[in-house]
Design a protein around this ligand. Structure first.
Ligand SMILES: NC(=O)c1ccc[n+]([C@@H]2O[C@H](COP(=O)([O-])OP(=O)(O)OC[C@H]3O[C@@H](n4cnc5c(N)ncnc54)[C@H](O)[C@@H]3O)[C@@H](O)[C@H]2O)c1
Ligand SMILES: [Zn+2]
Length: 448
């Protein structure tokens, strides 16, 4: 039986705030839909105190911003983008186009066609999330998306220079300093200055994630990627100090970010909690990490690792870190997670910032039905068919006629009938009657 050493104060952020978020987002989208750029500007002023002449940066401005950066920042961006691109290319190569002959002369196939325009949302309200530019833009460009519009908010009234550099180096075609619902809505519905996109990708806070959710259908979205979540599965071999550091690394994203430890060792659970209390006071981002841990932090002791995996699966969390003697076991035993981090030599921060797997990942249980952002999310798998054998076409026509009439679809059935008649000589009274009633328009004109 699981024993709780620390439970969350409130069940989840979704339970406490979702209604308020939903209504506010609905109103903002409605305003942007009706008054376009004017509403975008008003909301940018209200939420970000940001109202430049143009929200879109010119190429010259982008070059100036890049020139002002420490060269090491650029070198690191280039390194990380190479990791993200390299892995995305391997994933792309795993997606073969197919064509198969299923019956004599029947050719069925699928192709992967890139989405033609993408809006990449790069968060930046609390932190300038430079790495999100690699994740959304490099991956879109690897998929072959021709137009990528990149949006990020100003941070405390300033343009986030490293993020702009990352957007440019990733291959963004347009760079806009615009955040929140106003950016997502402008990209989805279009305004006087923004031409709308086909799909919006990228993570964000509860408002951004909700805006994508509400606009889905009108525009494509990658997935529901809201406030960060971390869950650690640890056995008695885990180092409680490391567990504490890694839990706080994700709690710092914001006060609504849950951090959960499931362990087979009560000692590891208690020592981790004590380390967290000791680390927090000296942590510059304690204003976010502290409340996140206090309100949404959980520690549960279970009897064995199978119970730990089952409990972890029930959370379906974004990030799941396995700190056990045999971390790879989780690959076979776990089902619900956005990304797995196996063993103490890696961590969620590597996934977030450097290693090359995508950090845009499902939250709030979305891991039950989707993985994270990857090159495949920017591709549409479209099918085609061709029948090169008339006899097979006639035989399919007979089946089509019968199958469609079961559904009372006479029109569908007739498309099958005409082919069965033409290629196999079948006769259908409706064809004879329709042909008898037919009058050629040329003859009709001649008679008049
Ligand atoms: N799931 C993932 O893959 C993933 C990855 C990275 C980051 N994240 C999450 O992204 C989020 C980033 O959040 P952030 O806030 O720092 O940046 P953000 O860019 O997502 O949001 C900032 C914007 O929120 C808007 N906003 C702020 N308060 C508002 C209000 N009261 N009403 C309406 N709009 C408001 C503002 O317009 C601002 O531009 C974090 O929650 C982080 O955990 C998720
Ligand atoms: Zn993180």
């Amino acid at each position: 039986m699981p024993t709780s050493l620390k439970s969350a104060r409130t069940k989840s952020f979704a339970d406490v705030a979702q209604d308020e978020v939903r209504e506010r987002v609905l109103a903002i989208i409605g305003d942007i839909r009706s008054t376009g750029d004017a509403a975008v500007r008003t909301y940018s002023e209200t939420f970000d105190r940001w109202s430049p002449e143009s929200f879109r940066l010119s190429d010259e401005r982008v070059q100036e911003i890049i020139a002002g950066l420490d060269p090491q920042v650029i070198t690191d961006i280039v390194f990380v983008q190479a990791q993200v691109r390299g892995f995305a290319e391997v994933q792309l190569a795993s997606m073969a186009d197919v064509e198969v002959e299923t019956l004599p002369g029947v050719f069925l196939g699928h192709k992967h066609v890139p989405v033609q325009s993408v809006g990449a949302y790069v968060p930046g309200g609390k932190y300038p999330l430079t790495a999100s530019a690699h994740m959304t833009i490099v991956t879109a460009k690897t998929a072959g998306v021709p137009r990528v519009v990149a949006c990020t908010p100003p941070i405390r009234g300033e343009i986030p220079a490293a993020t702009v550099a990352a957007m440019h180096l990733a291959g963004a075609d347009e760079i806009w300093i615009l955040g929140g619902v106003q950016a997502v809505a402008a990209m989805a519905v279009g305004t006087e200055t923004m031409s709308k996109v086909d799909l919006i990708a990228g993570p964000g806070n509860a408002y951004v994630a909700e805006a994508k959710r509400q606009l889905y259908g009108e525009v494509g979205i990658d997935l529901f990627a809201g406030p960060t979540e971390i869950l650690v599965v640890a056995d008695e071999h885990a180092d409680p100090f490391l567990v504490a550091v890694d839990l706080l690394s994700q709690a710092e994203h914001g006060p609504e970010s849950p951090a959960v430890l499931i362990t087979t060792s009560e000692r590891v659970g208690r020592e981790t909690m004590a380390h967290i209390e000791a680390i927090l006071p000296g942590m510059p981002t304690a204003d976010y990490a502290g409340p996140a841990w206090r309100d949404f932090g959980q520690v549960t002791v279970v009897d064995d690792l199978d119970e730990a995996y089952a409990l972890a699966d029930s959370y379906a969390f974004e990030h799941v870190q396995i700190l056990t003697a045999d971390p790879r076991e989780a690959l076979d035993k776990m089902r619900n997670y956005g990304a797995l981090f196996l063993g103490e030599n890696t961590c969620v921060s590597y996934g977030d910032k450097v290693i090359g797997t995508n950090h845009v990942l499902p939250t709030l249980g979305a891991a039950r039905y989707t993985g994270g952002l990857w090159v495949g999310k920017y591709l549409r798998t479209v099918t085609y068919q061709e029948v090169r054998n008339t006899e097979t076409s006639g035989e399919l026509g007979r089946v089509c006629g019968r199958a469609a009439r079961v559904e009372l679809f006479e029109g569908h059935a007739r498309s099958g009938d005409v082919r069965a008649a033409q290629y196999l000589g079948d006769s259908y009274p409706w064809i004879d009657e329709a042909k008898a009633r037919y009058q050629s328009p040329l003859e009709a004109a001649g008679q008049a």
